[in-house]
Design a protein around this ligand. Structure first.
Ligand code: FMN
Length: 201
């Protein structure tokens, strides 16, 4: 049985367009028997990474404080969800030309040297291999395929850093231009979803 980790990062939680599209895709996969783990970063935000938390990641077991151990347990639990999933479904709104800060905070807690990636003489190697990711990107304007689309390259780079290289994007763009562009874009995204579901096995 397939296990999906669905990450929601819209500030509007299930009310966001990225969440709505991802929910529709995930519901179809549920109906095919997939198990779904949901992490809603608006409802349960991950704290910002700071020097204290990063220090906990680097701490040695023999000198680790209880506070550092708690930070590690929290990060380990997020990573465990990723490990259990063979499929990652990400809702990705664009806010102020970038990814939601909640998603960045999440990424900062799952990028752990020796745990989700390792350094080798040839550079870094991702340790979360064999997974597929689907990204549902919602934007007010139009960016896909242009240099202003910083999100696509960033997501691809970050996921590849962890070993996730099979990444499929579905875009819903022009959502803030007018009602017609919004309706057309959502309809196109839904058509893409219909195409992705049968291919999911
Ligand atoms: C705080 C905020 C900032 C936004 N910044 C941008 C932006 O930089 N570029 C853009 O095209 N749309 C921007 N938008 C529009 C969103 O990308 C659009 O509403 C999209 O649906 C957000 O995804 P969501 O509905 O899943 O939250 C912004 C919306 C909000 C609320």
């Amino acid at each position: 049985m397939k296990t999906i980790l669905q990450l929601k990062s819209s500030i509007f939680s299930d009310g966001g367009q990225s969440s709505t599209l991802a929910n529709e895709f995930v519901q179809s996969l549920r109906e095919q028997g997939a198990r779904v783990i949901v992490r809603d970063l608006a409802r349960e935000p991950v704290p910002h990474l700071d020097a204290e938390r990063f220090g906990a990641f680097l701490s040695k077991p023999e000198s680790r404080t209880e506070k550092q151990a708690a930070v590690l347990r929290y990060s380990d639990a997020l990573i465990d969800e990723l490990r259990r999933a063979d499929t990652l479904v990400l809702g990705l709104p664009m806010y102020n030309f970038g990814v939601p800060s909640t998603l960045k905070a999440y990424f900062d807690h799952v990028a752990r040297a020796g745990v989700t990636f390792k350094y080798t003489e040839k550079g870094s190697v991702g340790l979360l291999t064999g997974k597929k990711a689907y990204v549902f990107a919602a934007r007010g304007g139009y960016y896909a395929g242009t240099p202003r689309d910083t999100q696509t390259a960033y997501l691809r780079d970050f996921l590849a850093f962890l070993g996730i290289t099979d990444v499929q994007f579905v875009y819903a763009e022009g959502l803030a231009i007018n009602e017609a562009s919004k309706a057309a874009s959502l309809a196109k995204a839904r058509e893409s979803i219909l195409g992705l579901v049968p291919a999911y096995a």
